[in-house]
Ligand binder design. Sequence first.
Ligand code: HEM
Length: 135
Amino acid sequence: MIEFYAEIRLVHIWSVILSGTIFFLRGLALLAGEGKAPGRIAMSMPVKLASYTVDTVLLTAALMLMTVVQQYPFIDPWLTVKVVLLAVSVGLGVAAFRFARTRAERAGLWAAALAVFLFIVSVARAHDALGIFAG
Ligand code: HEM
């Protein structure tokens, strides 16, 4: 699999970009038009399916990269942080889309999920658990 390292890494990075963009746009649409067309599209089955598909590709490429570079969560701290914060970001996203009762709650949870997601990117770029806060 090592001979495909560059391609797998590209798939991982592009699915990260797509996943973040879809999450950003869904939140924006929901905040712009709850109960109206944009909100309905954001929560429609095709959009949900696109999001699940991209996230599945992202994680599959992540598992492949893990075996290629032989670095693993709970052994390598930067990967531990990625896995834990991915769970946090997904939790915040689910809370924003499913459980938030007010617009302010929804906006706050959505923004927090995005901030965590961006921090994960910085952890990945730095290969350091502290990400942008690394010295
Ligand atoms: C939680 C499951 C994940 C695992 C196990 C994982 C694992 C990995 C591995 C092994 C690499 C290759 C590093 C290298 O080439 O040395 C990588 C790269 C990368 N990952 Fe992930 N990843 C995960 C999730 C994510 C998420 C959720 C994001 C973004 C929010 C992300 C963003 C990136 C980026 C931007 C790179 C390229 C870093 C570079 O410039 O070398 N990953 N990931």
